[in-house]
Design a protein around this ligand. Structure first.
Ligand code: NAD
Length: 389
């Protein structure tokens, strides 16, 4: 359905090498609709491993590079060089790679968190604007069609006035010190690589963006956060945090960010409570959106069904009933990134051009939120003005 774009975008990757957690997901999402074509990469911190991995991906060996600086230099000098690059490396490298790619005139899809400080994020935002280049951020579940449905329901007043927002991303996989044996977890609890937070940036920013996508008219006014390191060796980084937020329309929200929610598989949930009705979505059962109208029996809205709003149905590849989830959502995001990069109307049907995706502003917002949460928590869990960082 979506493979009718004019031609694929020439695309490269930094990181996401063999054995990485997220590299395969980027490739599956970007390549799914033939909207991107992988032509180059600097896949690994170890150049030899990176080269071998590029060969396995059947890439031209001349375009598998030992490091990202060499890749950006060489590719921007070619007439058929990459037009977009995805950054799937540990957090401490995101800012410098994204900045350099933008300076070379290349669109970027960057992993979250976009960078470590609001100042760095604002720099990327202004570079992206002045160069007219897209920076997409992979809050992957934001591509799910039922998130579009939730956004359309709020916009059309189906819930009434929004009062309460319940957000959580609370899994249990790091209930004990798994980092002692797992390198992919080890860097996540080291401030040098992970930045000023662990779970706030690693998981909390995902539902934060879902709320931004569903409730674009609401802005955070102030927040209060407490954070804990239940596995003591992780201090000063937290493995659990609770944030309270007040919005400018009087609504209140809480966000539970956690890696120690023992027994929980993923635990990303969003519940929006309005004056007339509530909706609830859980990423472990992504095909269903609960719609609860006060005084009526619960309705379960199923993905892919004709009664959804058109904005949601645009994202459907496989029809109702079949299971769908992470890859579909990520592929929708990559298609939206591509539409924004090219303006190619084969990628967005007429009348539905306003498809949202996490862009550089969303990346900046995640960084701002983490900075505020850390400031609040480290001052003893006090209210802080959201805009005075
Ligand atoms: P990982 O440790 O499993 O893999 C990192 C990969 O990057 C490895 O292949 C490593 O060799 C490579 N690498 C490291 N430094 C590099 C450099 N300078 N140049 C080239 N390659 C380099 O990490 P991961 O779990 O895949 O996480 C990577 C990023 O993705 C992190 O920022 C993480 O927060 C993010 N992530 C996002 C999601 C999501 O849902 N969006 C999920 C998991 C991870």
């Amino acid at each position: 359905m979506f493979a009718n774009s004019k031609r694929p975008i020439r695309w490269g990757m930094v990181g996401g090498g063999r054995g990485s957690q997220i590299g395969t997901i980027h490739r599956n999402a970007a390549l799914r609709d033939s909207v991107f074509e992988l032509v180059a990469g600097a896949f690994d911190i170890n150049p030899e491993r990176g080269r071998a991995f590029g060969a396995d991906l059947r890439l031209d060996p001349d375009r598998v590079y030992p490091d990202y600086k060499t890749m950006l230099e060489a590719e921007s000098a070619r007439s058929d060089g990459i037009e977009a690059v995805s950054v799937a490396t540990p957090n401490n490298t995101h800012h410098e790679i994204t900045k350099l790619a933008l300076e070379h005139g290349i669109h970027v899809v960057c992993e979250k968190p976009l960078c470590f400080t609001v100042r760095e994020a604002e720099e990327l935002q202004s570079l992206s604007r002045s160069k007219n280049l897209v920076v997409g951020v992979t809050y992957g579940y934001a591509g799910h069609q039922l998130i579009e449905q939730a956004r359309a329901m709020v916009r059309n007043g189906d819930l009434g006035e929004i009062r309460v927002v319940n957000l959580a991303f609370a899994h249990g996989f790091h209930s004990d010190a798994v980092e002692e044996k797992n390198p992919a977890t080890k860097w996540r609890v080291d401030p040098e690589f992970a930045g000023p937070s662990y779970v706030l940036g690693d998981v909390g920013t995902h539902p934060l963006y879902l709320a931004e996508a569903i409730l674009p008219h609401m802005k955070i006014k102030r927040l209060m956060c407490v954070r804990q390191s239940f596995v003591k060796s992780r201090a000063p980084l937290e493995d659990n945090a609770i944030t309270l937020m007040e919005y400018d329309n009087g609504a209140i929200a809480n966000v539970w960010s956690s890696a120690i929610n023992a027994g929980s598989m993923h635990g990303q949930k969003v519940r929006i409570v309005g004056s007339k009705a509530s909706i609830e979505w859980w990423d472990e059962q992504p095909n269903q959106l609960r719609y609860e109208v006060q005084g009526e029996s619960v309705r379960i809205l199923e993905r892919g069904m004709g009664y959804l709003y058109p904005e949601a149905l645009v994202d459907d590849r496989i029809g109702g009933g079949h299971p769908e989830g992470l890859f579909e959502a990520w592929a929708n995001l990559y298609r939206r990134f591509a539409f924004k990069m090219t303006g190619d109307h084969g990628l967005a049907p007429d009348g539905i051009e306003d498809l949202i995706f996490p862009d550089v502003d969303a990346g900046l917002e995640g960084v701002r939120w983490v900075e505020n949460c850390v400031r609040s928590a480290d001052a003893g869990g006090v209210w802080v003005d959201y805009w005075k960082t």
